[in-house]
Design a binder for this molecule. Structure first.
Ligand code: FEO
Length: 184
């Protein structure tokens, strides 16, 4: 008896996401080692931790495929991009990467909607919310860098920024949790 509850198209798009999340972990890992070499220990710490989060995302997708009777695929990964020139470029590239990943998640949700695969649609909603958080987190990094002076930031302000980033939470505050008493 075939107990696979996933269509071929859904299995393929989910397996593609397994690869994307694994590659995201490698990207963050690579940027973390770059930041550490440049002396940005706080930024490196955040990026190392985030690499672990991306592995968790990969695991969630693998687990979901298997749970629904499909077979998750573990494949070769693309090499991470070359080192950024500076912190500004590092954060901009990460932001673009997260936007690309959001679009990939939207494709999964969209296909599951077309197929009326409500289990996968429901599973995808966790990632939709997670991507809002991830984009917000990186937007916040870009905002902080802008306030520190952007490309013209002094060594002192970058040092201060780096120590602050190293201590910040991994999760961003979202609009859905805001109230008049507690705006975000
Ligand atoms: Fe797994 Fe940064 O999204």
């Amino acid at each position: 008896m075939d107990t696979n509850r996933l269509s071929k198209a859904i299995t393929d798009i989910l397996n593609n996401q397994v690869k994307k999340e694994a590659e995201a972990a490698q990207i963050y890992l690579s940027y973390a080692t770059w930041a550490d070499s440049e002396g940005y220990a706080g930024v490196a710490n955040l990026l190392f931790r985030h690499s672990g989060e991306e592995r968790d995302h990969m695991m969630k997708v693998i687990d979901y495929i298997q749970e629904r009777g499909g077979r998750a695929k573990v494949t070769a990964l693309s090499a991470p991009p070359k080192d950024p020139k500076n912190l500004q470029e590092c954060f901009e590239k990460i932001f673009q990467h997260e936007v690309d990943n959001t679009n990939a998640i939207y494709e999964i949700v969209s296909l599951s909607h077309d197929e009326k695969d409500w289990a996968t649609w429901n599973f995808g909603q966790w990632f939709v919310k997670e991507q809002i958080e991830e984009e917000t987190l990186v937007m916040d990094l870009l905002d902080k860098l802008k306030i520190a002076g952007g490309a013209k930031a002094t060594s002192e302000s970058l040092l201060y920024l780096d120590s602050k980033i190293g201590q910040q939470d991994d999760d961003a505050d979202l609009a859905r949790d805001a109230s008049v008493e507690s705006p975000q």
